[in-house]
Design a protein. Structure first.
Length: 221
């Protein structure tokens, strides 16, 4: 991981794919991750993209490529996304039958391993896996669509993860995804988040670069 927390992670889900190279040019490897939201129309209602797009992203940026698999049976695609250029792969706890085995599979490819949880999944369900993680992702909206309103009550999970990390001297990063803008990022940072996924707040802004600079400033304070 080239960037150090706090880290802004612009989500290409909100980018203009007809000019993806220009969109990704704003992502600075020293400060940011390039976040890829992968959806399969099964685990979530939406359908996005697969490894072929990630391979394109890998060619267009030197930033850490952060893959969030919102899919059923993620273990079937771990190797493909790593081969496409993923630096980190996060799977949903709700989609894994053998969670530790999937995490081991991700690590065996050389990628960083993460777990994400939906708003309805309690922190306690993920807590046993924290020692095995590089990233713990707290969804701050229901997964599946961009542009939803940030769920402030999810900050209890962020704070619980921060406290558990300190108590057990662990080193995973806490990531938040959903409804992130400058204001909500400050809230999440205060709760203990390290990585901030922002789609519409960056790529739908009048000037994406200015918006990303503003997000970096918000989480740095």
């Amino acid at each position: 991981m080239t960037a150090r927390p706090p880290i802004a992670a612009p989500s290409i889900l909100s980018a203009d794919f007809s000019r993806l190279g220009e969109e990704l040019a704003i992502v600075d490897p020293a400060h940011d991750w390039a976040h890829c939201d992968v959806m399969d129309h099964q685990f979530v209602p939406n359908l996005t993209f697969g490894p072929i797009v990630v391979a394109g992203v890998r060619k267009l940026t030197r930033a850490y490529v952060d893959i969030h698999l919102m899919i059923e049976r993620p273990w079937l695609l771990v190797d493909g996304f790593r081969a496409a250029g993923a630096d980190g792969i996060t799977v949903h706890l709700e989609a894994c039958r053998e969670t530790r085995e999937v995490l081991r599979q991700i690590r065996a490819t050389g990628a960083k391993a993460g777990i994400a949880i939906k708003p309805g999944t309690p922190f306690a369900a993920a807590a046993p896996y924290l020692p095995d993680l590089d990233v713990f992702l707290v969804m701050t909206v229901e997964p599946g669509f961009g542009g939803q309103e940030f769920m402030t009550d999810m900050m209890e999970k962020v704070t619980a993860a921060r406290d558990e990390r300190a108590k057990k001297k662990l080193e995973f990063l806490i990531e938040v995804d959903g409804g992130i803008d400058e204001a909500t990022a400050r809230t999440a940072r205060a709760a203990g988040a390290d990585v901030f996924v922002a789609g519409n707040a960056v790529f739908k802004a009048p000037n994406a670069h200015t918006a990303l600079v503003g997000l970096r400033s918000a989480i740095a304070g």
